[in-house]
Design a protein around this ligand. Sequence first.
Ligand SMILES: [Zn+2]
Length: 280
Amino acid sequence: MTPPEDADIRRAVPPVICYPNDTLPLANMSLYAEALEGADVISRHTAAPREACAFEVPAGHFFRITCAETPQVGDLNLWNAHDLTERFYSGKTRALHGSHVTTGDRLWSGFPYLRPMATIVADTLGWYGRDAFGGAVHDVIGTRCDPYTHQLLAGNDYHHCCHSNLTRALADARDLPLAEAEKHVHDVLNVFMCTGFTHDTGQYFMKASPVRKDDHLTFFAEIDLLGALSACPGGDCSAEHSSDTAICGPLLVEVMAPASGALAGWKSPVINGYDRSHGR
Ligand SMILES: [Zn+2]
């Protein structure tokens, strides 16, 4: 195809940030950091390799995901513990904070709620930044590995994709039939996963996660949360997923309670203020 004469001029137009985020409600990060220092672990949960675990986190508590053994990525789902229709919205979180999240970024719920469900308060991989390939960690790009795409591409059934692991964990946590639980499973935060888009073809890529044993990512629960975390069958995602080929390890989830009085003045965020009349 012959490009127009002014092609270079058109390409040279500078980009504009879609959602300038300097008017977002700010998290009180110093309050959270102080509260985290005095917090005690109240429950522990383990996502076994190629399995998922569910856990509850009361509003005003913390939860920490730790790489417990071999380098391992995790797929995280979050719901309002009292209403599964309010769930993590990976796409809008990406639009607001960028393709990868770290300390200070928040995980937002979908419409009509659109409020922070959790705030990232500590990230031992915060040093990674963006590498020469355009890769970074903790993405909100990927959807989750799932048996449908695997069936489409490989022509066989695999039952330990993150989608199925999360479905089983939610079904067990809420005593739901699998078909009902599956409807609530959604696009994830890819914890510890190192991903980006190739510069030439724009294809989604993954590479060996820089995570090592004891690295962790810590969140503050802004509302009462039900979480589910899958230890992805891709392991460190250096080669392939949706199979039993990769070396996989467990992920640890610790729920922590702050000392009483540590969150003086903090309030759980209310749901979005839009009146929902949609112009009628
Ligand atoms: Zn996965």
